[in-house]
Design a protein around this ligand. Structure first.
Ligand code: BTN
Length: 255
């Protein structure tokens, strides 16, 4: 792996409940090197956003967690989300090529990766905060690689489905770590404007009218971007722009 630190300390597991749980426990028990990577061929209790399960066929996909010490204030924690989403997006673009798959590779707020309206990767970041600072961060990534059928999940896709190619998991792992590290180094070098513009450029449904739901009420709005804290900015019919946190709003589809 051609990285400085991400993945240099690799813990490869045949099976685990959740790589995020394993990483969180490791942080409690020992001193862990920055960039330590937990990679499991099978997860028996993978966790997703909003208390959902993350289901991935064993040996077919990447299920992994990276431990980072990002030295960010809580106010700026969304930059970590941007870094990971952009690293993933570049990796997927490199592998399937935008043109080849006739596909549109986008970041669905806050950090899912979508290809032509289907989800190929999800991220679960769990931060350990000390006062106003992020002390450590566990970056859980689920990337669909060689899985061909997703029973009951109509909006899921994989690298293999999109490109008709079988991928080597450990090769994918190395390349993904390289792209994530490149973006993480941009964060360390304070390239905030670059991260902001690259993230916004790839934001799924930017400038489009969509259906959203808040507190059981559905409404149409245009996505205009994200603010500094990573809240979603939606322009309502009356022209007013409101901001929403991740737990406050659900995207229901196109109007
Ligand atoms: C989502 O809901 O989109 C986030 C999914 C995150 C899944 C990954 S798989 C590796 C890591 N370990 C977990 O238990 N979850 C994350």
């Amino acid at each position: 792996m051609q990285t400085l630190f991400i993945g240099q300390n690799l813990v490869r597991l045949a099976s685990v409940d959740s790589t995020n749980n394993y990483a969180l426990q490791l942080l409690k028990d020992t001193q862990v090197m920055e960039g330590t990577l937990i990679w499991a061929l099978e997860q028996t209790k993978g966790r997703g956003q909003r208390e959902n399960n993350w289901l991935a066929e064993p040996f077919q996909n990447l299920t992994m967690s990276i431990i980072l010490y990002p030295d960010l204030t809580v106010r700026r924690q969304f930059y970590l989300t941007k870094v990971i989403a952009l690293g993933l997006e570049t990796f997927v673009s490199e592998l399937i090529g935008k043109k080849d798959a006739g596909s549109d590779i986008k970041i669905k707020w806050p950090n899912d990766i979508y290809v032509s309206d289907k989800k190929i990767a999800g991220v679960l970041i769990e931060n350990n905060l000390r006062a106003e600072q992020i002390f450590s961060s566990v970056i859980g990534i689920g990337l669909n690689v060689n899985q061909k059928k997703f029973n009951g999940l109509s909006n899921a896709t994989s690298l293999q489905i999109l490109s008709n190619t079988v991928f080597d998991l450990s090769d994918c792992l190395s390349r993904l770590c390289e792209h994530i590290e490149a973006r993480y180094l941009q964060l360390k070098a304070n390239k905030m404007e670059l991260l902001d513009s690259d993230y916004e450029e790839r934001l799924y449904k930017l400038g489009e009218l969509g259906d959203y739901e808040k507190d059981g009420k559905r409404f149409g709005a245009i996505l205009t971007g994200v603010n500094e804290q990573g809240k979603l900015l939606l322009k309502q019919e009356n022209g007013e722009i409101s901001e929403y946190g991740f737990k406050e709003i659900t995207f229901c589809g196109n109007s």
